[in-house]
Structure formats: C-alpha cells, structure tokens
Ligand binder design. Structure first.
Ligand SMILES: Cc1ncc(COP(=O)(O)O)c(C=O)c1O
Length: 467
C-alpha cells in the first residue's frame, strides 16, 4: 500500500527528470519504479520480483548486491573518494586498475586512459588515434571509418562514428571526416548475398571506402567485433576481422574495437575479439567494467601508441575531472576479481553452449527466423516468413507482445522491435537459465497463438516458414 503511494509520488515528481533517450511521446503504460536488486533479480515498488535477462543494460555481470564490490567501494571512499590523478599525482586504485587491464587485455594492449562511460571511451579512442598520427608527423590522418548499424555513443565524436540514422539525424551536421561502410551482418546482408558464396563482400566494401577516402588520410577504423543489442549480436563471418586487421596494418591505420557490450567474459573469452584471434590497436570498455556499481570506462592502447605520444612531447590533451575516480576504480578492480576468482569467463562459455541448444529449439515456432549469439549474448529474431526473412508487419508488435508476456510472468526481456535480445549476468545458474528459456518458449508459443487468432494483422506463410 505504502509502496504504491510512494510510487505515485515518484511518477508525479518524475516530470522534473529528463530521462535518457526521451522519446517525446508519453508511454502508454506507467513506468516501473525499481526499488532494489538482488543477484539476477530486480524488484519494483509493489514488491514484484523480475528475473532480469538483460543484466541492467548489459552491466551487472556479477549480479546486484555483491558485498565484495560494495565493501571495496566503501573502504576506498573512507580512505579517499576522489582526488585528481595526473602526471605528478598517482591515485593507487587507478594505477592498480590500469595494471589489471594490461594483464587481462589481449595482445599488446597495455596502457589505459580511464574515463566515465562508453561514449567517453570511444571519444578518447578517436582522439588517441588522431594524437598518435599527429605525434608521428602525419597530421593529415584524421578520418575515421565506421559501420552502418553500430552504436558507439551519444557524445558528438562517438555519435559521428555511429551508424544509426535516427540517432544521428537531429544533431546533424555531425563532425567532418567520418565515413561509413557496410556492416558485416550476414542475416541482414545489405547486398542480399549468401555468406557461403559472398567472398566477404562486406570486407571488400570497407576496403573500398578506405581506398576512396585515401588511406593516408585515415586515422582509424572503429568497429564492435560483435555489433550490439540494437542489431541483435550478428557474429562476424570467418576471416572478416582478420581481413580488417591486415588492411589497417597495410595502410598504417589504427584499428579500434569497441568492446563496451562484449568485454569482461560476456562471449566466453575475456574479450570478444579473442574468439577470432584478432587484436586491435585501441580497445574501449565500459558497461560491465565495474559490474554497474559505479560509472567507469577505458580506452586501452598499445604501448607503441602511448610511447609515440610520450616521445613526441605532444601529450594527450584530453581531460575529464572524474577520469580515474578512486571509488569507481576500486569497484572495477573488485568486480574483475570476482570474474577471475569465480571463473566466470569459462562459465559464460558453458552457458553459451546451453543457450545455443535450448534457443535453437525455438525453430519449432515458424515465427522464429534466426537465432544467433555467443556466450551470454543472444538474439532471437521473429519474422513473418523464415524462408524469405520477410519482417513482421506491423514491425515490433509481436516482439512487444513477447516482452509484455514475460514481464507479466516476472521476467524482464528486451525487444528491439521483433528482435528479442538476451544478455543475462554471467553468474546465472543453469536453473535460472532454464526458467528464462522456458518462459521464452511459452511467450513465443503464446505469440504464435495470438498471431493465428489475429491473422488479419500478422501474416506469415506457414509452409515456407517451417522449412
Ligand atoms: C557498443 C557500445 N558502444 C558505446 C556505447 C556508449 O556507452 P555509454 O552509454 O556508457 O556512453 C554503448 C552504449 O550502449 C554501446 O552499446
């Protein structure tokens, strides 16, 4: 009773809060008021419990309420919450965290610039790439090549590298010198090609954009090795990432991997790029870095990049007051310790094998067009016709039906239109995985029945779909 009165007050007062990704139109249902979390569960003001299959926007890899992280932050805050670090001032947790990143990052990535979130990490990465070329006397190398479909952040530099038309549109013109290439998204190949026979046409497109821009004017190629939840985690085709790596090396262009959704064990390797044995020159991380306990991100560069900038004496003229915040660094260190001590990278790989098996069973429903993913990142794409991949019409209605069904049954499921995306915490038990997967089966089954009843709204060709 009290809880719901408080919740009403909160809704009234919420008109003073400009919410993230404010849409303009009023949502058709009242917002949930989330009061607390425990492990993989979150609770609303009315006391309802929800299994969160998206780990609080891909952040809480070890779940909510982990005493190890909370105690580490508490202890650090009692000692020192914040003091600005700099060339002449060392803040211990920041130094220790950078050393930990150097230990776990692949290849020669070993020097971290700490920031507060993912957008800032990509912003720093782009400026680091330009600084590197500047330091080496190649001042004309300023261009950045990115891919359509990928999100890299909200700030103007990261947004200029973002390939989502609707997100960019109101802020145009964006920064000059950013050019887009085709994504490597086999299920939605822009050219309609078959991955078996396409001979990596998406890679060739990226190479031709680089060629057209003039390789000597290009500072960096930025990409997410597995594009994010907005496109439903399409895995790169074999040879693609290595091809991009070789192309960049051939032309002296830096390769930036955005591992903001995919880092820290998510894919069954500490970083997603390790699945394909390809290492970038700069890697950006955020989201699951501190397990969602405090905001933090990083751009991790090779020693060669850091050294070139140091030697040239040009420096990296980039500062955020709270970069390397002592308490946030303590949270990230404690969180990485849990990932390592509890072998959560291996666990993500095991969960991945199980998810694959159980999610592929969903093909029994003609609505399911494609199941894809790795480790703890999965997408189930619903279509009108599996054979032709024809999208549902109207778009998003069936996806929302499935998500609403799950919500009513006590599970938070994210749908991007008709793409259902799963990114649960790495600490998910197999019993919790079963509950999640069983409910998903029920929800899709219910959507099938609903579609059959409303055949005038949702059309699909059963005979073709069942193939
Ligand atoms: C792949 C990727 N890059 C960058 C960002 C931006 O991170 P942040 O929202 O922490 O600024 C996001 C956020 O969703 C992301 O998913």
């Amino acid at each position: 009773m009290n809880a719901s009165i408080e919740s009403k007050d909160l809704i009234a007062e919420s008109r003073h809060l400009w919410q993230s990704y404010f849409q303009g139109e009023q949502p058709d249902k009242p917002p949930m008021t989330i009061t607390h979390g425990d492990g993989l569960y979150i609770y609303d003001a009315a006391g309802n419990e929800y299994l969160d299959t998206f780990a609080s926007l891909l952040t809480t890899l070890c779940g909510h309420g982990r005493a190890e992280v909370i105690d580490a932050v508490n202890e650090q805050m009692r000692k020192l919450a914040y003091f600005p670090g700099g060339q002449d001032v060392l803040i211990e947790p920041a130094v220790r965290l950078a050393a930990k990143l150097a230990e776990i990052a692949p290849g020669r990535l070993s020097v971290s610039f700490l920031v507060n979130d993912g957008s800032e990490a990509n912003e720093a990465a782009i400026k680091l790439a330009r600084s590197f070329h500047w330091a080496k006397g190649e001042k004309n190398r300023y261009k950045v090549i990115f891919r359509r479909g990928s999100y890299h952040g909200a700030t103007l530099g990261a947004l200029s590298a973002t390939g989502l038309a609707g997100t960019r549109e109101p802020y145009e013109p964006l920064l000059p010198g950013f050019s887009h290439a085709m994504p490597a998204n086999c299920y939605h190949c822009e050219l309609g090609l078959d991955p078996e026979t396409c001979a990596l046409a998406c890679f060739k497109n990226l190479a031709s954009v680089l060629e057209w821009e003039g390789p000597k004017s290009v500072a960096a190629v930025i990409m997410d090795p597995i594009p994010g939840s907005n496109t439903g985690f399409p895995l790169p085709p074999d040879g693609y990432l290595q091809g991009v790596r070789d192309l960049c090396d051939r032309h002296g262009v830096l390769l930036i991997f955005d591992e903001i959704q995919t880092g820290f064990g998510r894919t069954g390797r500490m970083f997603a790029c390790e699945n394909w044995g390809v290492t970038p020159d700069i890697m950006t991380v955020a989201k699951g870095f501190s397990g969602g306990y405090l905001p933090i991100g990083a751009a991790i560069a090779t020693e060669q990049i850091a050294e070139a900038i140091r030697k040239a004496g040009t420096g990296f003229r980039h500062i955020h007051t709270f970069a390397g915040h002592a308490a946030a660094c303590a949270a990230a260190l404690a969180h990485i310790r849990i990932i390592q001590n509890e072998n959560l990278v291996q666990r993500a790989a095991e969960l991945g094998d199980y998810f694959r098996k159980r999610l592929e069973e969903l093909y029994r429903y003609p609505l399911v067009g494609n199941v894809r993913g790795l480790g703890t990142l999965w997408a189930v794409e619903l279509v009108a016709n599996r054979g032709t991949r024809e999208p549902l019409n109207p778009p998003g209605k069936v996806g929302s039906f499935v998500a609403d069904f799950c919500r009513k049954a006590g599970m938070i499921l994210r749908n991007n239109g008709d793409v259902l995306v799963l990114a649960p915490a790495l600490v998910m038990t197999f019993a919790q995985a079963d509950r999640m997967l069983n409910l998903l089966h029920d929800a899709i089954g219910a959507a099938m029945s609903h579609c059959e009843q409303e055949n005038d709204v949702f059309q699909w060709n059963h005979e073709l779909s069942v193939t």
